[in-house]
Design a protein around this ligand. Structure first.
Ligand code: CP
Length: 311
């Protein structure tokens, strides 16, 4: 594995889920990362991804360097051939080349701008990391995907232990304009399992076709919840009206009444979650969220271990 930015970067996603579950049983048994260094580079805030990936690297014996590049680095220029006589102080080419001299694996978090769909869906920032890095690049959430989160979510679903679960990815309300990375990624990872996936969202909030393909689509949240085993809640802004948040008149907040329509379904969310906006306290307090967060560590460890085994 030379990069990990989507499900397509692993030949055996189910095997990777199994590997994470095996690692969870004995996380300190393989110091394969001794004398190796993990670099974690953040253009955006993070709690879980930062701490779980650092913990995973340390479990493998790695050293870790953290960098909030948006706050602590020079202002980055992304345009090739730019005459850098303005605000930008360092070209992405030079920054990535240099960072990759110090580390053996480079993780990067870069959210989309949500202004220019082509730029975001061409993954302009993380593509530059892959292009210029001399070491493997791991997405800590990019413009369109969050693979470490999705892998942890599959581990959590596997642990719930239902053979062919009905999984509902449900849009839920939020006051801000959020990326599609988590739902995109969740959809593409669930589709490599035996689960039956329904994407429930208001009209106008459909994901890009490649992520909707192969899933059932419902514009009626309560209908979708019937007999569901897993409710995976997330807000996202409109892909088709890019960077916008078309008005939704129906109430899509997830309540205990809605959860009672499910097959004793489990509620999942990647966090952070806005309580009593996305879902009620009662739903959140009876959910899988902390198990998912814990599984972030073992998902990251499985990916880092696989990369280290192939360095
Ligand atoms: N779920 C997740 O990625 O959390 P952070 O944004 O806090 O890393």
């Amino acid at each position: 594995m030379k990069k990990f930015i989507s499900v397509k970067d692993t030949e055996d996603p189910k095997g990777l889920v199994k590997k994470a579950i095996d690692i969870k049983k004995d996380p300190f048994s393989n110091p394969i990362g001794k004398n190796k260094t993990m670099g974690l580079v953040f253009f955006n805030p993070s709690l879980r991804t930062r701490m779980s990936t650092q913990k995973a690297a340390m479990n493998l014996g790695m050293n870790v360097i953290n960098m909030n590049i948006d706050k602590d680095g020079w202002k980055i220029e992304f345009n090739d051939g730019a005459v850098m006589d303005g605000d930008s102080q360092e070209h992405i080419k030079d920054a990535v080349k240099v960072m990759s001299q110090y580390v053996d694996i480079l993780g990067v978090r870069t959210f989309p701008g949500l202004k220019d769909r082509n730029a975001d869906y061409n993954e302009e920032v993380i593509s530059n990391f892959i292009k210029y890095s001399d070491v493997p690049v791991v997405s800590l959430e990019s413009a369109t995907r969050h693979p470490l989160q999705s892998l942890a979510d599959l581990v959590t679903i596997e642990e719930i232990g239902i053979k062919k679960p009905k999984v509902v990815l449900s849009w839920a309300p939020h006051p801000r304009i959020l990326p599609q990375a988590v739902p995109n990624s969740f959809a593409e990872w669930v589709k490599v399992t035996d689960a039956d996936l329904t994407i429930a969202c208001p009209e106008g909030y459909e994901l890009a076709d490649e992520f909707m393909a192969g899933a059932n689509v419902s514009y009626n949240q309560e209908e979708a919840f019937k007999d569901a085993d897993i409710i995976y809640a997330k807000n996202w802004s409109s892909y088709h009206h890019y960077g916008e948040k078309p008005e939704v008149k129906e109430d899509w907040r997830i309540t205990s009444e809605k959860m009672s329509l499910t097959n004793n379904g489990k509620f999942m969310h990647c966090l952070p979650i806005r309580r009593n906006v996305i879902a009620t306290d009662e739903v959140i307090d009876n959910s899988m969220i902390y198990k998912e967060a814990k599984n972030r560590e073992y998902a990251a460890q499985a990916v880092l271990q696989e990369i280290l085994e192939n360095l």
